[in-house]
Design a protein around this ligand. Structure first.
Ligand code: ADP
Ligand code: MG
Ligand code: ZN
Length: 486
């Protein structure tokens, strides 16, 4: 039997992220997605002879931002290169990318490893490149090509082979995606392909340093598939080695339905790109001044924000992690918290009520119908005793359904909490008088009857009586009756 534990998986990821610029990387065509094929095109992105590309400044800035966020060295002199190959989705016959002089290099990104310890994954390089088009294989119509995506700006983030398990790979990917979203430079949608990943996998004996022969996995369009594909491939390689067979260096395509990875046809894998410097584009030079401007624009990143949530709001680590998992959720929480002093209460409401609803309804927080200021008003009304916590949850549900604000709903439905001691005392005395049997039991020592009376008072007031006042007054009154009867 194969002993899996004597082998160590070694994984390096190549991540492509589509940048959220308005126009494409070398022309003024819109970079946005279009349902209609072949409409966002011009002679430049189609590579007609005699036209000249012009570099999109925003794309450079976005790439530098990601370089800074992953502790890379920003190379103030970098060069575009042509990567030559033929494929029907590439009308130019080459892809403009960067080769030996990338924009960013030598960084790292921190993740929690499988033992729960912090681990640094080396970022070999981040470079800019253009995307290719898409082949559409319609059933019955053969294949057609949509070139809308040609020239869409991408960054490629290449990691060192520092990842040691499928779970770590997913954590690294998740972390990168979170940072891209915080930076506002990529929407991070794996299903739609704006965030893609190829995984390089090899295994070696535990304790050895030399790298084993790797394979490259492609075609995984969700975190789940990345995890499954890597696990599959680690298992396959260990079994091969266990049987004394060699691992062959090749590219494998993940089949999500069959849950296995099969080799791509050999020819497509025979890389000879004949890279050479792109003659139509100047090298990219980034002045100190420009670099400082970009540094200055850099927003607060997830890790820093999480620490700040722990320190400034006194929140538990878990809360801070959940609340900063996306920038929009963190923004929502901070807007809520800015109007309140009970931060833990605000956190509980966001984590339980808001995120609960969002997950249930599959919304993003930006689509959530209750703005943070409206929710903060409701929480304020709990704190000042206008409504009980229980009633507030009903009001919240109504706020989501109708879009009305808290005061409107509370007034219209007459939900204001009854905190008037005199009024509650009268209700208590009436109820006690109406239940002579139960009061006799209480006097005789049956404490459980107390709960019965609390229930009656709450029912009588439609749940609106202030529960603390009800408890205090009721206990005092019942004890008095008990003493009098002795
Ligand atoms: P290629 O020339 O095949 O593109 P690179 O050296 O550029 O290979 O590396 C591509 C990716 O593969 C990087 O993320 C790198 O960390 C990873 N990688 C390289 N060698 C190995 C290996 N033996 N096992 C796992 N990953 C590897
Ligand atoms: Mg490579
Ligand atoms: Zn164009």
């Amino acid at each position: 039997m194969t002993d899996y534990l004597i082998y160590e998986p070694v994984i390096g990821l190549e991540v492509h992220a589509q940048l959220l610029t308005n126009s494409k990387i070398f022309c003024s065509c819109p970079a946005e997605f279009s349902v209609e094929p072949n409409v966002h095109v011009c002679p430049v992105c189609l590579g007609h002879p005699g036209v000249l590309p012009v570099l999109n400044k925003k794309a450079v800035e976005f790439a530098v931002m990601m370089g800074l966020a992953t502790n890379c060295k920003i190379n103030q002199y970098s060069v575009f290169a042509r990567k030559n190959y033929f494929y029907p989705d590439l009308p130019k016959g080459y892809q403009v990318s960067q080769y030996d002089k990338p924009l960013c290099s030598g960084g790292y990104f921190k993740i929690l490893n499988s033992e729960g310890k912090e681990s640094r994954i080396g970022v070999t390089r981040i470079h800019l490149e253009e995307d290719a088009g898409k082949l559409i294989h319609d059933s019955g119509f053969g294949s057609s090509v949509d070139v809308n995506r040609c020239g869409t700006p991408l960054i490629e983030i290449v990691s060192e082979p520092d990842i040691r398990s499928a779970e770590e790979a997913v954590r690294y990917l998740n972390g990168l995606r979170q940072v891209l979203q915080y930076l506002g430079i990529c929407d991070g949608n794996m299903e739609e392909g704006s965030f893609r990943c190829d995984a390089n996998v090899s295994v070696r004996l535990q304790g050895t340093q030399e790298l084993g022969t790797k394979t490259e996995l492609k075609n995984m369009n969700s975190f789940r598939n990345v995890e499954k594909a890597i696990k599959y491939e680690i298992g396959r390689q260990i079994e091969l080695i266990g049987e004394g067979k060699p691992v062959i260096q090749q590219t494998l395509l993940w089949d999500p339905d069959e849950e296995l990875a099969l080799p791509m046809r050999g020819k497509e894998d025979a890389h000879d790109y004949r890279y050479f410097p792109e003659p139509d584009l100047m090298p990219v030079t980034i002045t100190d001044e420009w670099l400082n401007e970009i540094k200055f624009q850099l927003p607060e990143l997830p890790e820093t924000r999480k620490s700040r949530f722990i320190e400034n709001y006194g929140l538990p680590v878990y809360d801070s992690e959940v609340l900063t998992s996306s920038k929009e959720i963190a923004d929502y929480f901070e807007e809520l918290a800015s109007n309140l002093s009970d931060y833990k209460m605000a956190s509980n409401w966001v984590m339980v009520e808001v995120l609960g609803k969002i997950n249930e309804l599959k919304l993003s927080i930006n689509q959530f119908p209750v703005p943070a200021v409206n929710l903060s008003r409701l929480l304020y009304l709990i704190i000042d005793g206008t409504v009980s916590n229980k009633i507030a949850k009903e009001v919240f549900t109504e706020m989501m359904a109708s879009g009305a604000d808290a005061d409107e709903i509370i007034n219209k439905k007459n939900l204001i909490q009854i905190s008037d001691a005199g009024q509650i005392q009268t209700i208590i005395e009436n109820i006690v008088r109406a239940h002579p049997g139960q009061i006799k039991e209480y006097i005789e020592g049956k404490e459980k009857v107390f709960g019965f009376f609390v229930g009656k008072v709450m029912k009588e007031t439609g749940g609106k009586a202030n529960p603390k006042i009800v408890n205090d007054l009721l206990l005092k009154y019942l004890l008095k009756l008990r003493t009098q009867s002795e």
